[in-house]
Write a protein that binds this ligand. Structure first.
Ligand code: NAI
Length: 507
């Protein structure tokens, strides 16, 4: 059986339903609007007419296109008016019992070949279909807010969904101008699942008192290139949205350590410190702007600097540090062991300074570790040991301020900040691929478009170097004994065989 979609309907025309109706109408599909709230469908149609007019005013679409799009929107007062639709997309309240009963009701209205799609973000498609006579026709079609701008949609295959329906919705999504990504019906699907690493690892770092929120945000935003720091992002999304998602995915995966939430966000939720929407979250927004960020500290150039002895896990890191030091006329101690007064810079991975100092057999009082996962061109993270002398700590800070670059000085943490967070993001992406939740291409595209990360997690691993990511995870897992950090088999196998993480086989 093939599925051809000409007429469709959106049920529940709130934020999401209106957005879906907009792109459907603009791409030439007759779209019925239905809502149980009296007058809501008519109101949505009028709002969309105003939106089309704005797009005309901004020269985004022509007046003719707006007229045609308006004509494609039809208000339905009764469910029975949807009987000729080839596709119904529900975007009603997020409650399993209500969605199940709507699907059952719809089966009595539409033809046997009509597709019933749900825009749910957290419920199982298989469960929504469970009471239907024909669960094969039920599918997930998960858009993101705001729908016209977020150009990705998850097409979710329930345990019984007909694969031809997946093909039909993929084609429809492309006609809407969206990138479809096909996901297995699993908690969080692709995007809400892949997004679990960033915030939870940042919260864990904060919880371990490694540094403050401003420093964590700066390292990840300015050093790594995330659009927003994790705390800025949680403030934007609102903890009333993000905390329940963290808890829900953790419990749905039966307390899997990788997704473990943090008590701090529950407490902030209780205290109604939700973020931007109430002017106070991790930062303050009472003036309309973010305030409360503690600025980076700069150390003025010193009169004299100690010579610097370098130890690195990777030769390119050693070269990079040496070049920087020589460029700034700092003496490099090239002896096989550090001279008595040398500062010891340790470019290590997945360790804290104490462990690295022991491994490289240097005096921890002279040691400062430096995170070179993302190089030193944009931002530098330095980590003294518990007993590093102030003079060496100050010298290291000043050296990396000499060219005006920013320094984050953090307390001892097994794996710095960027290393921990990126290794978790990439490892989780690998795990999604290992579980076959989606193809490698779809995982990468979903994360780029849905989460706005600069790269998809699996391609990012290849770009940074998968052996570095595996080294970080192996060391952190060994040192912390926390199963959260265990490397995905997908990652381990590809590193062992020297294959790119994107390498896949259908066998
Ligand atoms: P909303 O509250 O803005 O709109 C829901 C609309 O559905 C309302 O107009 C309401 O009157 C109507 N409605 C409720 N029960 C109904 C029923 N039984 N029959 C017909 N209409 C009914 O909600 P929103 O934010 O648009 O979310 C809708 C769905 O989309 C939920 O399943 C939600 O999880 C999902 N979603 C929401 C996202 C978001 O960012 N808001 C993102 C992705 C998915």
């Amino acid at each position: 059986m093939t599925f051809e979609i000409k007429n469709m309907a959106v049920i529940g025309v709130g934020i999401m339903g209106s957005g879906i109706a907009q792109i459907a109408a603009q791409s030439g599909h007759t779209t019925y609007l239905y809502d149980t709230k009296a007058g809501a469908a008519e109101q949505a149609k009028q709002k969309l007419a105003a939106t089309f007019q704005k797009l005309v005013d901004k020269n985004k679409i022509s007046a003719e296109q707006a007229t045609v799009a308006n004509k494609h929107l039809i208000v339905a007062d009764q469910l029975e008016e949807l009987k000729d639709c080839d596709l119904i997309v529900e975007a009603i309240v997020e409650r399993l019992d209500v969605k199940q009963s709507l699907m059952q009701q719809l089966e009595d209205v539409v033809s046997d070949t009509a597709i019933l799609a749900s825009n749910t973000s957290s419920l199982s498609i298989t469960a929504i279909a469970a009471n239907c006579k024909n669960p094969q026709r039920v599918v997930g079609f998960h858009f993101f807010n705001p729908v016209p701008l977020m150009k990705v949609v998850e097409v979710i295959q329930g345990l019984k969904t007909d694969p031809l329906i997946i093909d039909a919705l993929n084609e429809l999504a492309r006609a809407f101008g969206h990138r479809p990504v096909v996901a297995k019906d699993t908690p969080g699907f692709i995007i809400n699942h892949a997004g679990r690493a960033y915030g939870t690892e940042a919260l864990k770092i904060l919880n371990e008192n490694v540094c403050d929120i401003s420093e964590i945000d700066r390292i990840l935003r300015d050093g790594v290139g995330f659009r927003m720091g994790p705390f800025e992002l949680m403030d934007l999304t609102g903890l009333d949205v993000s905390h329940p998602v963290m808890e829900s995915i953790y419990h749905q995966y039966y307390e899997e350590a990788r997704y473990k939430p943090n008590p701090l966000t529950k407490q902030m939720l209780d205290a109604k410190l939700l973020g931007r929407k109430v002017n106070q979250g991790f930062y303050n927004y009472a003036t309309g702007e973010k305030t409360g960020e503690i600025p980076a500290r700069f150390v003025t150039p010193l009169n004299t600097y100690p010579s610097v002895w370098i130890a690195a896990d990777f030769p390119e890191d050693q070269q990079q540090l040496e070049a920087y030091l020589r460029q700034h006329n700092i003496t490099v101690d090239t002896h096989s062991e550090p001279q008595a007064d040398s500062l010891c810079l340790l470019a290590c991975y997945g360790e804290d300074t104490t462990q690295a100092a022991q491994r490289f057999q240097v005096n921890p009082e002279h040691a400062v570790a430096v995170d070179l996962l993302y190089g030193i061109s944009k931002h530098r993270t330095l980590m003294p040991s518990l007993i590093t002398k102030t003079e060496y700590r100050q010298a290291a800070h000043s050296i990396f301020n000499l060219d005006g670059g920013m320094v984050s000085m953090i307390a001892e943490s097994i794996g710095f900040v960027a290393q921990r967070v990126l290794a978790m993001v990439i490892n989780l992406g690998c795990d999604l691929a290992q579980q076959n939740i989606a193809s490698v291409d779809d995982i990468n595209a979903a994360v780029r478009l849905g989460l706005g990360y600069p790269f998809g997690p699996i391609e990012w691993g290849d770009q940074i170097g998968s052996q570095k990511i595996l080294l970080i995870l192996n060391r952190i897992a060994t040192l912390t004994h926390d199963p959260r950090y265990r490397p995905s088999p997908w990652l381990q196998r590809r590193v062992a065989l020297n294959l790119p993480l994107t390498f896949n086989t259908d066998l």
